[in-house]
Ligand binder design. Structure first.
Ligand SMILES: NCc1[nH]cc(CCC(=O)O)c1CC(=O)O
Length: 346
């Protein structure tokens, strides 16, 4: 195995997993059968993230570079299959991961790559979050249609005309937008990033809110008309972070995966997932979370809970030691939970 230090700037882009060679399983020095089967959703963003991860792990484990070491298994999830309704209506948690967890537990795949913000805080027994990658920018961005004005620095919403229709299926984005701009209308927009962009370009929606991370990974950053600062819109917990799951009894793979983990990202993910867990809302509950390291090394966690129509919004922060990331997130979550009206929990 090669050196396990990580240099985010050196990640190879666009590496592709290939099918296993016809002459059967290969064995790598730890006695493990190759190829390793990687579970992934099939959206362009999911595939990009999976291939980026394969490039990364290959970099740190050169032995995997010399073989056709990975095999992608594309898995359709409930979140992918239901395109005609907002996910909040379907209910339940982990709509983008259930089928992927099942594939892991059935040993149809060895590990899986996820957008961590779509992964439920309590994983099924037998599955662990083995690794989190360096966080991409976690801010949201406005994609602007032809009727929008030029963006200004001081007011990110000023470019939206009065009464404009904004496409978003996220109650978190909707609540914060309506809180700032009660004149706007928000209607659900679904589908992958490209589909949403097309619906703004066609005029069906005046604008849309998307994660900057997704646009950037897909090479579509120029579509971000305005990048919304976290003061104006608190991102979703773990937005911009890719996480990798495996079976907890797969000790050697777990070790390999956790060796390439980004520790900073793990700390903020731990705090943000604990915050989310403590709030215990339904997927109709608008919740935001953002943790970051301060220059003095401590961890600051910000959290937000709101009513979907924007008529209630509570935002607080808590600062503490990085080693207590989970406790910090949980305590902040509990404090928000105590002071939010019952109806926001859906
Ligand atoms: N729910 C879909 C989803 N899951 C992760 C991302 C963006 C990438 C990331 O957060 O890492 C997106 C698209 C979006 O919210 O615009």
């Amino acid at each position: 195995m090669g050196p396990l230090t990580r240099d985010g700037a050196l990640i190879e882009r666009g590496a592709r997993a290939r099918p296993a060679p016809p002459d059967g399983a290969m064995v790598h020095p730890h006695g493990r059968a190759l190829p390793l089967r990687v579970g992934t959703r099939g959206s362009p963003l999911a595939l990009w993230q999976t291939r980026d991860f394969i490039a990364l792990i290959t970099r740190f484990c050169p032995v995997l570079r010399h073989f056709e070491a990975f095999q992608e298994e594309v898995i359709a999830t409930t979140g992918d299959l239901v395109q005609d309704r907002p996910l909040a209506e379907i209910g339940g948690k982990g709509l983008f991961a259930k089928e992927i967890h099942e594939a892991l537990l059935d040993r149809r795949v060895d590990f899986a790559v996820h957008s961590l913000k779509d992964l439920e805080t309590e994983l099924p027994p037998g599955i662990v979050l083995a690794c989190t990658l360096k966080r991409e920018d976690n801010r949201d961005a406005l994609v602007l249609g032809p009727d929008c004005a030029a963006a200004t620095e001081e007011d990110p919403w000023a470019c939206l005309p009065r009464g404009a229709l904004v496409g978003s299926a996220s109650v978190r984005r909707q609540a914060q937008l309506l809180h700032a701009r009660p004149d706007l209308r928000v209607e659900p927009i679904r589908g992958n990033v490209q589909t949403r962009l097309a619906q703004v370009a066609s005029g069906r929606f005046g604008s849309s809110l998307l994660a900057l991370a997704g646009l950037r990974r897909l090479g579509l950053e120029e579509k971000a008309g305005v990048v919304i600062g976290t003061d104006a819109m608190l991102p979703a917990a773990c937005q911009g972070i890719v996480g990798v799951t495996c079976r907890d009894d797969d000790v050697e793979l777990h070790e390999l995966l956790s060796a390439i983990q980004d520790h900073e990202s793990r700390a903020v993910a731990t705090a943000e997932r604990a915050l989310l867990g403590a709030l215990d809302g339904s997927c109709r509950t608008p919740v935001g979370g953002h943790a970051r390291r301060l220059p003095d090394g401590r961890l600051m966690v910000e959290g937000l809970i709101a009513r979907a129509d924007g008529t209630f919004l509570l935002r607080r922060s808590l600062t503490g030691l990085v080693d207590e990331a989970a406790e910090l997130g949980r305590e902040l979550g509990r404090s928000l939970w105590r002071d939010a009206p019952a109806d926001v929990f859906g």
